[in-house]
Design a protein around this ligand. Structure first.
Ligand code: SF4
Ligand code: SF4
Length: 358
């Protein structure tokens, strides 16, 4: 009888994380009795067997240089037990098995510039997309927007004073790989791409570019005797998806690429269905390095939500209760017919999701 072939490791797919985990997390994997939060930024897990683990969560700037990573590793070796993990929102967590180590670890992190917080009803770290570092389409630097916004929301990260958790995301193009969030900052191109016809034939694979457009607005054309492309501007929704396979179709523009703010999205099923975000402010200047106009609107919405929402209402629950007219009245944001999804086909739109049915 032939033995079953041993499955070999392959270079793709999710690696086995157990060898990187804190030994107590491996030992008690799936066997926790309860967990609580002794203070903002600290999670405390108790296992059925009596083991206890404290996880101290700190904010990072996400895109880190080697010196910062070494600094964090040194803190893990000296003040924790040599293990760290990153959360999906780029917070870093240090695990310790002795409560006495928690206070010195927090003191070291905070004195090194890494705020401790981001748990429970705080404004946790902003999830952001790749930005200029890894993606080929960005209209802005998502990580720059994150850094400047988190500077403004620093105290809200360290405290748990919001009605419920607040998840913020930023996306550097309209494809929005930042996903759904209570509040999202998303690039908004307001003009179709400008085509440099001299370069298209040499740089772009035209059928690929034509296929890439989600609304079939691109077609092949001859321009000045050269094969090129043309855009049906009435159809184009300025998404920017044609730019990566064809850089001569430039859509980023210092004047016409703006930022928009969306609110009320969430992914979880807790207390209510997942929801899609709705646009509530548009045409804000894409204004580095501090994005002050965006920060003002974000702080205004968060402040109004904090003051007006009932305990445990997420942003979407709060807006559902008070209604959109009240949302615009309380925040003072100007309403236009281009905001919120009032398209009559939006029901079909939303039902395209596997999670949302109504
Ligand atoms: S939001 Fe757009 S530009 Fe930014 S990383 Fe995602 S796909 Fe790339
Ligand atoms: S920006 Fe988007 S909608 Fe407009 S032509 Fe390019 S791919 Fe099509």
């Amino acid at each position: 009888m032939t033995q079953a072939k041993i499955r070999r490791a392959i270079e793709s797919g999710v690696p086995d994380n157990k060898k990187y985990l804190h030994p107590l997390l491996v030992k008690n994997y799936g066997d926790w009795k309860y967990h609580d939060r002794p203070r903002p930024g600290v999670l405390h897990h108790v296992a059925h067997g009596g083991d206890e683990v404290w996880s101290v969560r700190a904010g990072t700037q996400r895109q880190m240089d080697i010196h910062t990573i070494r600094k964090l590793c040194d803190i893990a070796d000296t003040f924790a037990e040599g293990r760290v993990r990153f959360t999906i929102r780029s917070n870093i967590e240090f695990m310790v098995s002795d409560e006495k180590k928690v206070a010195p670890l927090i003191a070291e992190l905070e004195s090194s510039g890494f705020p401790v917080g981001g748990t429970g009803n705080s404004v946790t770290m902003i999830a952001h997309t790749q930005g200029w570092l890894h993606c080929d389409i960005p209209g802005t630097d998502a990580s720059g927007v994150v850094k400047s916004l988190m500077d403004e929301l620093y105290e809200e990260f360290r405290r748990e004073e919001m009605p419920n958790r607040v998840h913020i995301s930023t996306s550097c193009c309209e494809i929005n790989c930042g996903g759904q969030a209570d509040l999202a900052i998303i690039v908004q191109h307001t003009k179709p791409p400008k085509i440099n016809h001299d370069l298209v034939a040499n740089v772009c694979e035209r059928p690929t570019v034509v296929a890439r457009c989600p609304v079939a607005a691109i077609r092949p054309a001859m321009v000045n005797g050269k094969p090129s492309l043309e855009i049906d501007e009435a159809k184009c929704m300025c998404c920017g998806a044609c730019y990566p396979p064809c850089p001569p179709m430039q859509i980023n523009d210092p004047e016409y690429s703006k930022l928009a703010i969306w609110v009320g999205g969430k992914n979880s099923n807790a207390r209510g269905k997942p929801t899609f975000m709705k646009m509530v402010a548009s045409g804000l200047p894409n204004n580095p390095p501090r994005w002050t106009e965006v920060a003002e609107v974000v702080k205004n919405i968060l402040h109004t939500y904090k003051e007006d929402a009932r305990p445990w209402e997420r942003m979407a629950d709060w807006i559902d209760r008070i209604g959109w007219p009240q949302f615009f009245e309380k925040t003072g944001l100007p309403f236009t017919k281009y905001l919120i999804d009032d398209w009559r086909g939006s029901r079909n739109n939303l039902n395209a999701s596997t999670h949302i049915r109504f």
